[in-house]
Design a binder for this molecule. Structure first.
Ligand code: TXE
Length: 498
């Protein structure tokens, strides 16, 4: 295989253990088998971290904080170390991209120039906050001085999903470290290895060993141990709403820890007939094709003004034809596999239920065979309503439902989902209508005449309703890694007025 074709998946080296205190360590106990999503061939064993492993990682993080002064040292030193980390990520862009493509659903064509490049830039963004986090002086009586100090939590925990492993790890570690915390992070057991390399590069860049620890294992064992550990002061989680509830419960029961939860979505794409339909179709198809719909913000419900339905579907049919499925290590692949057979069966089940409820499939609807893994055709369903399984449930696959409306009010009502409120797209040339929709839609992000994140990391992401609590990215993500201490100092007699 030449460089132009992609890379040989058997040629990519990686560490198989946990990463604790700057060292790769394995556990003698139980191991999980990890398969390549592209062809579902098992390729490595993964140590199943226990409560004991999490304990060791927390102790190492605590020791690193106490001995290195990471949270207390000159903030510009912290910023400089994080900038060196970002530079090293860029230097290892190719290597990290291959590791990500091998072990996740991210095609190499997107992993190197897209995901890894954005991880480096995101770490740089967070580094810039390190020396801008002082606190406030409050307006108090003049014989007192009132201060509100921003302080790191100490050791924070994070649990990440499988859909964008490196990006998700950087969204958790970046703000946590910039704020002066140490982190114990559990990546998804389906996509564990790239995160360890990210943590190793942090140590190579001069971030003290033990400030970024990675513990592997399954959710109910290792994830639960992180959520419950008394030495972890705060937990940040991205994943399903069901698991988010479990994390929140465990955190509440073990010391009332604050949680940041980035959870599921069922995001609407609201298209008015006056919109630039070509552009809208590009954005809608782009969102379906991106990671084959396996993104929390996937715009999976198309809600279109009736007169634009037919031309928009025609355009979508053309745009979706550009999906090139294949192994993630092939350079020509731009369309991802489904992460696992379990996830593909979930898509099958929701489709079957929807068809039984009267939905009609007008594009796709089948698996794509021939690659060994689970691949799914981009799929469009019509004849659906609010009760249809595919409209109600987060699918996490390339499935778009279509509902038509006649009035703005009706369109906005359809856009509202009873449970989720993560993101929404609005397409119209009418500025007043765009603003009314922006105000009415109950979602953490509203994109207008576009549908994707950019490299503007200052824009936070997170949900309304059951889509989550708190934000990733932005100033908000850094602030959520800080707690506030009130100090009131008596400075003597009232100052005479001058
Ligand atoms: O997610 P889980 P799964 C949605 C999507 C998908 C569904 C199931 O709809 O079909 O979730 O995917 C860890 N305590 N999203 O089962 O379980 C787990 O090990 C602590 C949306 O893979 O949420 C992994 O590291 N942790 C989403 C992480 O939680 C636990 C991204 C996510 O797994 C745990 C992924 C427990 N009890 C799936 N149980 C998004 N919002 O982007 C599991 N985990």
């Amino acid at each position: 295989m030449t460089q132009a074709d992609g890379f040989d998946p058997d040629s990519v080296p990686f560490e198989r253990g946990h990463y604790i205190g700057g060292k790769v360590v394995d556990d003698a106990g139980e191991h999980l088998t990890v398969a390549r999503p592209s062809d579902l061939i098992p390729y490595a064993d993964l140590p199943q971290g226990t409560a004991d492993t999490v304990d060791r990682a927390v102790a190492s993080a605590r020791h690193a904080l106490d001995s290195s002064g990471w949270g207390r040292q000159a903030p510009r030193e912290r910023a400089r170390a994080m900038r060196r980390w970002a530079d090293l990520i860029e230097k290892h862009q190719e290597e990290l991209g291959k590791l990500e493509a091998l072990g996740s659903t991210r095609p190499i064509s997107q992993a190197v120039g897209g995901d890894v490049a954005s991880v480096a830039e995101g770490i740089r963004f967070f580094s810039e906050w390190a020396d801008k986090l002082g606190g406030d002086v409050a307006a108090t009586r003049s014989n007192d001085l009132g201060m509100i100090l921003s302080e790191p939590y100490g050791v924070v925990g994070a649990i990440t999903p499988w859909n964008f492993p490196l990006s998700m790890a950087s969204w958790k570690a970046g703000p946590a470290l910039a704020a002066g915390n140490a982190i114990v992070l559990k990546p998804s057991e389906l996509t564990p290895f790239s995160t360890v390399r990210l943590a190793q590069l942090a140590v190579e860049a001069g971030i003290p060993a033990g400030i970024f620890n990675v513990v592997h294992g399954s959710g109910p064992v290792t994830g639960e141990a992180i959520s419950r550990h008394p030495g972890i002061a705060k937990v940040s989680f991205t994943g399903s709403t069901r698991t988010g509830v479990a994390v929140m419960k465990a955190a509440a029961e073990s010391g009332v820890k604050p949680v940041t939860l980035e959870l599921g979505g069922k995001s609407p794409q609201l298209v008015f007939a006056d919109a630039d339909l070509e552009r809208a179709a590009d954005c809608i198809a782009g969102s379906m094709l991106a990671n084959a719909g396996q993104a929390c913000v996937a715009g999976s419900r198309l809600i279109v003004e009736r007169s634009a339905e037919e031309p928009l579907v025609r355009l979508l049919r053309q745009k979706l034809a550009g999906a090139a499925a294949g192994h993630t290590w092939k350079a020509s692949t731009n369309y991802a596999p489904i992460i696992s057979e379990t996830q593909a069966r979930r898509i099958d089940r929701i489709l079957r239920d929807s068809l039984a409820q009267g939905a009609e499939c007008i594009i796709g609807g089948q698996r794509i065979d021939g690659y060994g893994g689970a691949y799914y055709q981009p799929t469009l369903l019509t004849n659906v309503d609010a009760a249809t399984a595919a409209v109600r449930e987060e699918i996490f696959g390339p499935v778009l439902t279509i509902q038509a409306f006649d009035t703005e009010e009706e369109g906005l009502a359809l856009a509202d989902h009873p449970e989720y409120g993560l993101a929404a797209g609005v397409y119209t040339r009418d500025l007043g209508r765009a603003m009314r929709a922006m105000r009415a839609i109950q979602a953490g992000t509203v994109w207008i005449n576009r549908y994707s994140r950019t490299l503007d990391f200052i824009l936070p992401t997170g949900g309304y309703k059951s889509s989550g609590i708190g934000k990733d990215l932005g100033r908000q993500a850094v602030e959520q890694n800080l707690r506030h201490k009130t100090v009131l100092l008596n400075i003597g007699a009232d100052m005479p007025a001058r």
